[in-house]
Design a protein around this ligand. Sequence first.
Ligand code: UT7
Length: 335
Amino acid sequence: MPPTFNAKARGASRILGTGRYVPERVLTNKDLEKIVDTSDEWITARTGMKRRHVVSEGEYTSDLAAAALKDAAEDAGLELSDLDAIIVATATSDMIFPSAACLVQQHLDLGGIAAFDIGAACSGFIYGTTMANSLIASGQFGTIGVIGAETLTRITNYEDRSTCVLFGDGAGAVICVPGNGKQGVMAAYLGADGNLSHLLNMPAGGTRLPASYETVDNRLHSIHMEGAEVFKSAVRAMESSAVKALELADITPEDVDLLITHQANIRIIKATASRVHIPPEKVYINVHEYGNTSAASIPIALDEARKGGLISEGTTVMMVAFGGGFTWGSLVVSF
Ligand code: UT7
């Protein structure tokens, strides 16, 4: 049985600030038409995507992550030196080790504080924020920066039309601080099923299949996905995660002011919202602008929604994610 959200963790932390950074370079559906056999019509109808932001030469995951964290600290009205720990959720760290979090710490000259990565693919931000909430609940840390950052276009095979139209790069961040009795994390739920790991992965580059001429020739250093299978699992897992979050927070769908799901496909987002009875006007969608940015998608959307005036004091936000692993999870946060 997955653990439920315990009383000590409820309201332990709140989100004081949010931030984001996306690369300037943009790849449109029309650009993709020149690379593979696809069309703007197909991509728009099947995914809702129109553009995605893409890193340039010399721009790495840790750069995006550091910029997003800086933006979040500024938004929170804190100095970066107020941070006690940095957690980066990513599947596209600059290198296998050290962690992206250590490189972010180096970029921002924050030597000494704890820094580590979370590997939960597209669900990483939900995992990371849940971890931050628990670490704050335990009393070990007071102020934690959680970042979702990805450069998926670096592991995308631009000869595979079934995946290359989907992914984009970017980073989003939050600053978690102790709750104040009103605002805070009202529920957190995490789950995974490693039996389905083969449906979405990057086969080579780890220690099972280290880089070789063969792995490179066979294009094994890029994302492999059984799209239709992932689609079905995503809708099911996001629906059950959302239901679980409502249960744990002891609220009804009507109490949710804004639903932010992982932005992988507009059809998945709409199906999830409809199954949990959240009306379209309460659903945040930006998949048309960024494509699927994996662990970065929820914090980018959260920051956009906050700075766009959709989240203010008293707003209840439900966040739901699904990704490779498979992993899934949900958070209810009162702002
Ligand atoms: O972030 C982690 C979670 N990831 C996801 O949640 C992604 C989940 N999966 C999806 O979003 C969808 O499955 C995709 C967008 C990847 C694919 O959409 P689909 O409706 O499931 O299409 P399909 O894979 O079943 O392919 C339908 C047709 C095929 O042609 P035939 O066999 O029917 O002739 C594909 O070859 O569409 C074709 N196709 C394309 N056509 C034009 C696949 N990719 C493309 C493309 N352009 N880019």
